[in-house]
Design a protein around this ligand. Structure first.
Ligand code: G3P
Length: 215
């Protein structure tokens, strides 16, 4: 399973890249705003650092404007994956530009039927938002399980990119279900590394070694 970092904060991306475990990055308008940077400035340097797919999201909501913005974003760097919302304009933009080689991440997916249409449109990635489903008292990972089944049923090559990931449990369950990618905040990546029994075991090993040296 590929792991993308879900942030636009350059220093966080540098830290994750230095770990050697990151395959790509996803950004969204909220994350770009939080980072206090412009998309046009940040995306090229993030692409150079990550050397993998980097999602950059359109702000336009109307079809014609979205096509123009998608073309501009795609031209920023060869690693750019244009992120469009799962709306009629978003799907039409994918259908229009996919044959020209523009790759899309269709985002804000909350149902299997939406995901089916994104795959038919030719999306490279579909982003189901698991955490936001959990927020409204529905298990987000159930949607991922259904997506895996439906995409397998018909041999779609759209990759399932699990988004709105809030915990290591989201990641491990997505992996068990066979999702292609998860995108996660740096905090969750660090939580995945930690286990109290690892810390306890290491402390015991070191203590035993210290005692043996003193004996
Ligand atoms: O990738 C989408 C993600 O950024 C949304 O996460 O936690 O705001 O629901 P969240």
């Amino acid at each position: 399973m590929q792991i993308f970092l879900d942030t636009a904060v350059f220093e966080e991306i540098e830290e994750a890249v230095s770990l050697g475990l990151i395959d790509g990055v996803t950004t969204n308008p909220s994350l770009i705003a939080q980072a206090g940077k412009s998309l046009e400035q940040e995306i090229p340097r993030i692409c150079e650092l990550v050397k993998g797919p980097v999602s950059a999201e359109v702000l336009a909501t109307e079809y014609e404007a979205m096509v123009l913005e998608a073309q501009k974003l795609a031209a920023l760097h060869e690693h750019v994956i244009v992120k469009v919302p799962l709306t009629e304009a978003g799907l039409r933009t994918v259908v229009k530009l996919r044959p020209q080689g523009v790759r899309f991440n269709v985002t804000l997916c909350f149902s299997v039927s939406q995901a089916l249409l994104a795959a038919k449109a030719g999306a490279t990635y579909i982003s189901p938002f698991v955490g936001r489903w959990d927020d409204i008292d529905r298990p987000g990972l159930d949607m991922v399980a259904d997506l895996v089944t439906v995409y397998q049923n018909y041999g779609f090559d759209t990759q399932i990119l699990v988004a709105s990931v809030r915990s290591p449990l989201h990641v491990s369950q997505a992996a068990i279900l066979g999702a292609d990618v998860v995108t996660l905040p740096l905090k969750v990546l660090k939580q995945m590394i930690k286990h109290p029994l690892t810390d306890l075991g290491l402390a015991r090993f070191l203590e035993d070694a210290r005692r043996a040296e003193q004996a």
